[in-house]
Design a protein around this ligand. Structure first.
Ligand code: SD4
Length: 331
């Protein structure tokens, strides 16, 4: 329904929705046809890590109405932050090894403005706090108690992030925990989202509760600009999910955007990003990373270490869960 409505609307403004510059003829006084460039606008696209179809649907709802990419990514990832069944984001996220849920998030706009919160507790929507950091302070990152205090000042409500389910799982984990960080490849449901709006502008957002049962105080890649997320409106954007330590070591998302700047497609850039990580981890198979990227033309791509990572894509052509190739071919 939504898609049909959008197509109907777009047929009235076809020139405004072309994805590349096109030539149009322009009559001059002496009737000679002279080509001139029609200003072209990229078709809207929303993509996110994993198969979070409700999140991309929300982002699309914003884009379809002509909303900007920044609002689309914020509102898109908020869907997962609010979903208690997603146990690695927002409310219902798994706690650290001390039983505290600590959230990391960042957001970046078309002008290179960015905001981030790390080790934030008791707040359901860290992405919106990150946006406030970006818009209402001269800073980029706020951490821990300071970030929480800032959130209250901005009107965010104190929320218990631990659910019955995550509390029980944590009690179970404690029995065998040996008080160590567990790094497996199943506990990755971080949402990183990238969108292009009808002006052709790109924005991105990334939000997570991080690795389950992490050492208290640990911060991953997700709120680190350049690691878990990077946007350059001239080139494209990239985001990551998986074991953040490895993404930080290669400044993964920035690397991918720079590779696209040098001419690689989003797909090629993501592959190169994963290969760089694997070069530093030769033979290591005990972790997952998934990269996702979009370029200015609206082309998308993804690549990961192990099979299993996919990404959701919403465009004029439909709403798909895209399969992603992996470095290791079998789990
Ligand atoms: C982190 N990259 O904190 C995150 C974890 C993740 O789904 O992606 N979870 O390292």
């Amino acid at each position: 329904m939504q898609r049909r409505k959008f197509l109907k609307k777009s047929s009235l403004t076809t020139a405004g929705l072309l994805s590349a510059p096109v030539l149009a003829s322009c009559k001059t006084e002496n009737k000679v046809d002279v080509p001139s460039i029609v200003t072209a606008v990229t078709k809207p696209v929303a993509i996110c890590t994993w198969n979070f179809m409700n999140a991309t649907a929300k982002a699309w709802e914003v884009l379809e109405k002509g909303g900007n990419a920044l609002d689309a990514v914020e509102q898109g990832v908020m869907v997962e932050e609010a979903d208690v069944s997603n146990e690695t984001v927002g409310v219902g996220g798994r706690p650290d090894r001390d039983g505290n849920v600590t959230l990391d998030a960042c957001i970046m706009d078309k002008d290179g403005n960015c905001g981030s919160v790390v080790y934030l507790q008791n707040i359901a929507h860290p992405i919106s706090v990150a946006r406030k950091v970006m818009e209402d302070t001269p800073h980029i990152i706020l951490a821990g108690k300071g970030a929480e205090q800032f959130a209250y000042e901005k009107g965010f409500k104190k929320t218990d992030l631990l659910t019955e389910s995550t509390r029980k799982q944590y009690e179970e984990w404690k029995k065998e925990s040996k008080y160590e960080t567990v790094i497996n490849i199943e506990n990755h449901d971080t949402i990183g989202m990238l969108a292009i709006d009808t002006n052709g502008d790109i924005a991105g957002a990334c939000t997570t509760s991080g690795m389950a049962y992490k050492v208290a105080g640990r911060v991953g890649d997700s709120p680190i600009i350049g690691a878990g997320l990077y946007v350059d409106n001239e080139v494209g954007g990239a985001t990551a999910t998986g074991v953040g330590e490895e993404v930080i070591r290669t400044v993964g998302s920035f690397l991918i955007v720079e590779l696209m700047r040098q001419g690689k497609s989003p797909q090629e850039a993501c592959e190169e990003g994963v290969k760089r990580i694997m070069k530093k981890n030769e033979g290591r198979e005990d972790f997952q990373i998934g990269f996702l990227a979009i370029n200015k033309q609206g082309e998308t791509g993804g690549y990961c270490v192990h099979p299993g990572f996919t990404y959701r894509e919403y465009t004029n052509n439909g709403h798909e869960n895209q399969p992603v190739e992996s470095f290791y071919k079998q789990q």
